[in-house]
Design a protein around this ligand. Sequence first.
Ligand code: CA
Length: 239
Amino acid sequence: MILSTAEDLHVQKRVLIVEDEASIRDMVAFALRKAGMEPVHAADARAAQLAIAEKVPDLILLDWMLPGLSGLDLARRLRKEQISREVPIIMLTARGEEMDRVNGLEAGVDDYVVKPFSSRELVARIRAVLRRSPGGDGEGIVELGRLRIDEPAHRVFAGGSAVPIGPTEYRLLHFFMTHADRVYSRTQLLDHVWGSSVYVEERTVDVHIRRLRKTLEPFGLDDMVQTVRSAGYRFSAES
Ligand code: CA
């Protein structure tokens, strides 16, 4: 059984491109792949939400003009939902839509790129936004409630105290903290934390959940790991 380290999970940044124009989508995807990132496509708001539910991206490139729900309305919606609240958003706008920037900033958009843009400019803006974001290339700090993960140092803290933690529990906790308040089945946890290419029994998940609770117990935080009957597990700062 080969387990990747927690760092491996963050090597390739996953970028969701929400754009109805296939030519722009393809151009952007090509540029991202060349820059060592992993592009995912969605042609409208609905497809974008499905893609986010499947796997939360590191960044969202959002076209202003989309069929159905506009990019701006989608941004507002994503900011309200726990799962996508922290994901940085870069808006793609056409010239003339710039005056709406104020609306965009209120909707929680992190940056803008005005069409037509060069691949180089776009990639530079994406990197800059990723560096600033939690879990990005910069500080690499993930926080939830009293828990904090220092990604570069590979350490976990509860309040001010260091939490001694095993490698698998670290990865499980990292996944939970970056995907809080959602129920995951054992199969989904296996896919996300262990990787779908690795064969592990579902029971293994329960074993590591138990160990994670034990790890958090001395800090009074074990009830953050919640069992949801006949569904799976949820991690939450609220009991
Ligand atoms: Ca468009």
